[in-house]
Design a protein around this ligand. Structure first.
Ligand SMILES: Nc1ncnc2c1ncn2[C@@H]1O[C@H](COP(=O)(O)OP(=O)(O)OP(=O)(O)O)[C@@H](O)[C@H]1O
Ligand SMILES: [Mg+2]
Length: 266
């Protein structure tokens, strides 16, 4: 028996009937992960900022990169701002996946930018930001996104950015400024959020989720001794979506894939 049977949204049927619900009026940004797009009734609503939450190794970076690569393949330029992994390591890891396409990077359809290098060029202390530093960084981030005319943007990770701020108040101000900045851009974004394993929380600092139009949680379940990766859409403004947990796999051949999660018989 499967857990993921309750949700059935049939766009084709709706179109056939000539009906247009408010949901179908939203333009969608396909993630490129077929089952995830189905669970989102077609994809992430264009313009949404989505928090991709999970513990270390849960697949946040891989899913975000797959989202950018798929967009680039379909003519949507993307930018990936990394602050957790050095560029060469990130690329080396991604080269293992068949979805990765070096050509898209070389042609500038997917731009990978190390925020530490930008901080360095701005003359900032890369480990500790002041209010002015973080504002300067946000301005550069927006300038890059506007200049490149990107339709998809990833920040990996928002947690690592907040970690460089010295007080809760600074983090709160930064998060709201980032939210306003993203809202003014013409793109759909994924912000990755690192949380401790086996905890139901969506952010390290408790404020990151306030600017998120959507939250996707990458977790684990234990099935008879095996640890299975899971994905669950917690919220997504602007669309009907499934809230059931799916089993998630990561493979070189197919990248991230979802499947129904079998109910435990234990
Ligand atoms: N080529 C591959 N084939 C199958 N699984 C892989 C492959 N490469 C990585 N993985 C799996 O994906 C996990 C890492 O995924 P990813 O880097 O996307 O996670 P993350 O959530 O971004 O982690 P972190 O918080 O450490 O940045 C690895 O721990 C490994 O289990
Ligand atoms: Mg990562």
């Amino acid at each position: 028996m499967v857990e993921d049977g309750s949700y059935l949204y049939n766009e084709a049927q709706e179109e056939k009937n000539g009906e247009k619900t408010p949901d179908s009026l939203h333009e969608k940004c396909k993630t490129g992960i077929e089952e995830l797009d189905r669970k989102l009734s077609g994809g992430i609503p264009v313009g949404n900022s989505v928090l991709m939450v999970g513990s270390s190794g849960s697949g946040k970076t891989t899913l975000s990169m797959q989202f950018l690569i798929d967009g680039a393949r379909n003519g949507e330029r993307g930018v990936f701002f990394t602050i957790t992994e050095p560029l060469f390591k990130l690329i080396k890891n991604m080269e293992n996946f068949s979805f990765y396409d070096k050509k898209l990077i070389e042609e500038g359809k997917v731009n990978i930018i190390d925020l530490r290098i930008i901080s360095d060029r701005l003359g900032l202390d890369t480990e500790k930001y002041t209010v002015e530093d973080v504002n300067a960084l946000l301005d550069v981030l927006k300038d890059i996104a506007d200049e490149l005319n990107v339709k998809r943007l990833v920040i990996d990770s928002i947690t690592a950015l907040c970690y460089r701020l010295q007080s809760k108040e600074m983090i709160r101000n930064f998060i709201f400024k980032l939210g306003a900045s993203l809202a003014s851009m013409d793109c759909t974004s994924i912000l990755t959020s690192e949380v401790p394993p086996n905890e139901i929380k969506y952010s390290q600092y408790g404020t990151e989720e306030f600017i998120a139009d959507g939250i996707i949680f990458l977790g684990d379940v234990n099935r008879r001794g095996d640890i299975i990766r899971t994905l669950q859409i917690i919220k997504m403004r602007g669309t009907a979506h499934s809230r059931t947990k799916s089993a998630m796999s990561i493979s070189s051949k197919n990248g991230i894939e979802l499947a129904p999660l079998l109910k435990s018989r234990e």
